[in-house]
Design a protein around this ligand. Sequence first.
Ligand SMILES: [Zn+2]
Length: 273
Amino acid sequence: MQTRKEPLSSAFLLGYDVEHQDPAITRAFLSRAVQLHREFDFPATFFVLGETLERNIEQFRQIVGDPLFDVQQHTYTHKPLKTLVQRNSSGVTLIQGGSLERIRDEVTRTSELLASSLGVRCTGLTGPYTYYRGLSDRPDILEILWDCGIRFLRTDGRNHDDWQPVSFDVQPYTYELQGFPQLLEFGIQGWADCLLREEIGWDNHEGYLAELRSNLELVVSRDLDWSYLQHDWSSLRADPELRLTEALLRMTREAGAIPETYAAYYQRVVGNA
Ligand SMILES: [Zn+2]
């Protein structure tokens, strides 16, 4: 089901998957990202891996009280929720998804960690790798996530090759057909930062910004929403000062898209999580 939203406004949802094993990377990213988002008064959501949160609890404690930021989860160990058959210029790769028991364990464990260490009630999740059609074909997984308290997802982030870009026609939708009308899928439109930068070259900042600029023009001209994915490690790679992120925040403001956290969008469009 297509969700209803305010007329003539494009929401821009920036969600960072925070997942690196090395706390030095995660901390360098968080420190600079938080500074930038405060400077631009620009909301953001951090989808943190349980293992990464355990190594950086103090850093996250400094974020959770700030209304600009929302902290959600990215599973505990980064096990995919669903198997991918990824086809790109390197060939075909099978990336095996976890069992239902494993999924329940990973999500429960991370939500408990968010609650006990940060006092956060977790309602949102980015699925590791993301998948073609999200979880539309897996009501069994949706049921587990719903049971675990998850109310919004970023899992529909791959095209029919389990690769990217994903069409901007894939707009946020609920899993009503599967029996979960209050479970919202945001998807990831276009490219995730790391896949695009790997494709065009990590030092090709101009090419990267040109793609972001054209996507912003597209969503604003068609009144679409854009759910965008960056990571801690990839935001820093070949850009330690996060100049590309800074440029994105500025371009979003200039284009007239409205930045919002995923939780705020859910509240506005679906209701209380
Ligand atoms: Zn990830």
